[in-house]
Structure formats: structure tokens, C-alpha cells
Design a protein around this ligand. Sequence first.
Ligand code: 5GP
Length: 193
Amino acid sequence: MKALEEKILKEGIVKEGNVLKVDSFLNHQIDVSFLEKMGEEFKELFKDKKITKILTIEASGIGVAVMASRHFGYVPVVFAKKAKTSNISDELYHTRIDSYTHQKTNDVVVSKQYLNQDDHVLIIDDFLANGCAIFGLIDLVQQAGGVVEGVGIVIEKGYQEGGHKIREAGYHLESLAIIESMNDQTSEITFRK
Ligand code: 5GP
């Protein structure tokens, strides 16, 4: 998505530790009309799929997931929650996800009420790096007996292994922008063609 690449170049800040900050439109302040366009683009990319639910993880995936839902007939958006270990009960699907940005492992849960075997799920998240978050969300859908119809990512860091692993595992993955390289010294960002 050309407009997204331009926005990243204009507003993105490359931080140490291989982290791109896009707080001005996605991770802190939300540019609603821009997210609206991203939602529309996800519909275009997955237009052949019959989606009954969108699954994301709190917090930054929620805004995009909601905007995408508007273009998939307002299907429910479920966001996996980061739980305290003591909160995990039989009513929850549970997985563990290593956090890329916070260098810790989160216990992540979804209530069994909100995901089930009839669901055809589009997974959406803001960033894809090593793939831990997405594989955790896939695990939750599988526990529920549902079908992962696709994975939609706003910004994929293409030089990290997540994208390759997810595509190799056979999932339909679409990213609105794929970063080919990112330099925290010069702030230079290049995109995959
Ligand atoms: P992964 O699980 O694929 O290694 O990392 C993806 C998750 O880590 C995303 O949910 C996102 O919250 C966070 N993340 C990974 N890389 C970046 C980054 O460069 N910038 C931001 N803002 N978040 C990132």
C-alpha cells in the first residue's frame, strides 16, 4: 500500500533494537481515516474469503481490526488478552507469546465463548517480526477448532523470519507494507517491491 509506505517514511521513527515507532497514526495516536483505508485494503486482499470473525491481540491491533470488520460485514472482533497467570481457567483458551518489544513472555487468553469450531477467522496485527504473536493467535484458533482463513499485517519487517515461517506453514499472509531494511543510525527505511 503505497500511501502506507509514504506515511512510514514521513512519520516513522527507527529506534534502537530494530523497532519502528509509528505512534503518530497507529501505536499511540490513531489516524482514523487512514486506518479506514487500511481496513478497506484488507477487504480487497481477502475478498474471496468468507470471514466470520476477526482475531487480534491487545492493544494496537484492535483499531485496525475494527476498521477491517466494517468491510467484512461488521463481523465481531475478538482481541486476545494478556492475562495474569493466576487468571487462567477452563473457560479460556490459553497460549504463551514472547513479546518482541518488551522481551518477556505473555500468557495470552481468549474466552471459549468467543471462538468456536464454526469460525472462519481473519487474524490481524499491527507488526510482524519473528512471528510469535501470529503463531500464538493461530494456536488459539486451532484450540477452538476454527479455521484460519488468512493473516493480515499492517507492517511486516521482511528481513525477520516471521513472514517466511507463516507463508511456509501454508497460511495466506498479506502485509500492507513490507520493510526490506531499516537502519537505526541513518533512519533509512527501504521497502520490498
Ligand atoms: P513478533 O511476535 O512477530 O516477533 O512481533 C510482533 C509483535 O511485536 C507485534 O504485535 C508488535 O506489537 C510488536 N512489534 C514487533 N516489532 C515491532 C516494531 O518494530 N514496532 C512496533 N511498534 N511493534 C513491534
